[in-house]
Design a protein. Sequence first.
Length: 214
Amino acid sequence: MRTHRPRGSRVWYVFTRVVVVGAIVWFGLGLLLGWQALNRQVEAFARVPLPGDAEMTFAKPGGYVVYLEGAATRTLGFGPAFALTLTPVGGGEEIPVGNYGPAMSYRLGGHLGSAVGTFRIDRPGRYVLRAERFDEGPPANVAVGRGLRPAIVRALVAAFPVPVVVLLGGTARVLVVAVRRIRARRAAPAPDPDQPAAADPLEADPTSESEGAR
């Protein structure tokens, strides 16, 4: 005797598969868009050859990060090998450039770099960044821009919530179905061993067959 899966179960099965596939696509798309945003941010950094100087325009106040790019990132350190000075165009107090905290490196937008310093400006405007080098070594650039860590966090926050919700929802659904099945088995009446088994309606009655033959 064939049994048919209830229509509701089939609908939930198809719905679950569609949601899981959608969550996977969302996750991959979120990571891809986040990666592209990071590449654009690195490509937009202002750069100064080391040694060298350049005028930079900062449209917004706040904190900025100094990056050392090129093969020199493996040999130079912030401090004795080179020095940076940042001053407003037209004169003014020098903006102090401090050491960067936890190490952070990147290979994005065709650039290889490491964070080496940080500074903060209170007024947007034009500034001159001067980079002095005290040793001979491979070519390098000094790049300036916003920190990459916030952009990385934004990319992860955009990519992870939907898959996490789907995973939690799927787990909850599995638990609910398992609990219902356990309760259904416990509530089902146990078969009576003294009661004879019901006859199979498909089985032929030998008495009727013999009467029909007469």
